[in-house]
Design a protein around this ligand. Sequence first.
Ligand code: ZN
Length: 284
Amino acid sequence: MPELPEVEIVVRGLRQTVVGETIERVHLNNTPPASIVVSDSFKGGGFARALAGRKILDVTRRGKNILISLSGDVTLWAHLKMTGHFFYRDKSLPIDKHDLVIFDFRSGRKSKDGLNLRFNDYRRFGRLRLFPNDELWEQDGLKALGPEPLNLSADGFVILCTGKIRMIKPALLDQTFIAGLGNIYTDETLYLSRLHPRRLVSSVSRRKLVELHGHIQDILKFAIHKMGTSVDSFSSVNGQAGQFQKYLKAYGNEGKPCERCNAKIIREKIGSRSAHFCPRCQRI
Ligand SMILES: [Zn+2]
C-alpha cells in the first residue's frame, strides 16, 4: 500500500502536471460504485457532472490522502489504498480495463494537449470522493488524523507517546495517532531504532523516542528522495517506479540475515498486520 513517501511522490507529480488545468469531461469506465463517493450537496448531478468545468487549483497531501483542490470551493479527495494510481498519459493510449476514471482537460495549454489523467486501480479498494470544502474535514478518514510526522518536532513526538499503553507497531500504524506511516516504514524505523514491534509505547525511554523520531523523519525524507518504494505496483504519475525497495533492511526480508548481527529477520503477526524484525537486535 502506498504510504506517506509514495503518496507525496504522486502529489508532486500531479502538481507538476494537472494544476492549472480545467476538467472538460470525466468518463467512468465500468467504475465500481464503491470507488466513488459524492456529497449529497451535488444533488442529482453525479460525480462526472459535478467535476466538469472545474479548474484544478492545487494538490496537497494529508497523511496518505491526496487532496485535489478545485474551483468552486470543492475538493476531490483521493485515497490510493492498495493499488490506486494516477497516470498522466497520452490520450491516444488505449483505455486499460483498470482505468476506472478518466479526466479529460480543456485544451489550450499547448504543451499538455493530448494528455489525460487516469485513475487506475486493479484491486479496486481506492476511493475518489467529492466534497464541498466546508464538509471535507468532517469526514471519517480526515477529521481524526494524527499529526504529520515530517512536521512534528522530537518534543511533540515524545508528548504524543507519553502514557500510551499500547504496542508500538500498531500505534505507529494508527492514522489517528500519527498520519502517513504503513507497514513498510514502521518496520524500517523500528529496526533502525532497535525497538521490538510489541514494545509498549509507554515503556520506551525519552532518549529512545527521540531516536525513533529521528529515524522516522530521515527514512521518510530519504524514501521521498528515492521516489518511494515499489514492492507491489507503485509508480509515479509518469509511470516511473520508486527505488527505496533497494534499501529495505527489515520489511520483506524474512529469512534473510540481519545486517547488524546476522540473525535471521523474522515475520510475525501483530494484530492484523505482519511485522518484520530482527529477534536479536530488537529485544522486547
Ligand atoms: Zn540483528
